[in-house]
Ligand binder design. Sequence first.
Ligand code: NAD
Ligand code: TYD
Length: 352
Amino acid sequence: MQIVVTGGAGFIGSQLVHLLLETRPEWQIVNFDALTYSGNLENVAGLEANSRYRFLRGDVADPEAAAQALAGADAVIHLAAESHVDRSIQDAGDFIRTNVTGTQTLLDAARRGRLSRFVQVSTDEVYGSLGNEGRFSETSPLAPNSPYAASKAAADLLARAAFHTHGVPVIITRASNNYGPRQFPEKLIPLVISNALAGEPVPLYGRGENVRNWIHAADHCRGILVALERGTPGEIYNFGGDDELDNLSLVKRLLRLAGAGEELIRYVADRLGHDFRYSLDSSRARRELGWRPEIALDAGLTATVDWYRQHPAWLRRARGGDFQSYYARQYEVRLQPAAAPAATHRPTEKSC
Ligand code: NAD
Ligand code: TYD
């Protein structure tokens, strides 16, 4: 089996590449990645020596590169994406190009091949936002609220159309918020850990009341693998962790684990259109794929903080380059004392 993993130099993709090489000794893995700001070959360091692994630098939205990557492939697991909501609010252009056009480009290349599976790795954010109650199932309507979520929903629909129209054997997976080692420090958990380790302020949007459903990336990757092996083409599988937490409680836990005090917390202007709560019903994956998350949040967060503590050079490099100008753009105004009013998106609000 030759498997193409797109985005395999990123946070989740790199964990998946390691998992596939370790647990499927017959498989050849092609890691197809453009190495954008969040792609990092350090995440797959050491694998070049493995004869079952090949890195191919290229853009999923480039038809020639996509065709070259998929030549001879038996399956594709598509993770390459622009993945950060705040960046999509600053500028949605790259999200449309990579997440929408890039996915269609890969699906077109897949049509010409002899693939047995095309796994479209997606997110619970396509379902929109919940109030205090309820969970999203695979049949919940798509109601994305951020440009990032809308671009992923568009990609999911294009993948669905490729299945129905052209018979591309698409399986869609949707996971809740991931955490774990090697996550780019723009997302909440690695941002809090890296700021806390450096003794810097930790920005909390609004009042820190928004709720996320956390899953360790290793549990998510095991889900993607069982979806590939046991899932049915044309179907969707949710993968949510067992833990739901409001942001303030999570940040307090992280600060404690990093040995920092709560005085580092800065309440800053809310994210525009900020989804209030995500929660995934994963009973289908449990029932039909025999999957369940194995890493409890406490143990996972402790190990994650330790990983960042033990990898200062990785963190320093990730926080260099474009990161400083992104950070200044995103937080300079917010870290001033007078925060703007909250803008949390609650599902009870009138929707279009
Ligand atoms: P990430 O930002 O860490 O990694 C994205 C990877 O894609 C990088 O290696 C980057 O270089 C590559 N990439 C970006 N644009 C590309 C292009 N045009 N061509 C080829 N490669 C390109 O993201 P992540 O957090 O690892 O997320 C991976 C996937 O999982 C995404 O599709 C995301 O939507 C999905 N997902 C993420 C989460 C989460 O909490 N992080 C949750 C559910 C689903
Ligand atoms: P994030 O990690 O960006 O994931 P997502 O937006 O995809 O859920 O954010 C997780 C939560 O943390 C979300 O409610 C926004 C909030 N947040 C902050 O309060 N401060 C921050 O600096 C960031 C990046 C996020």
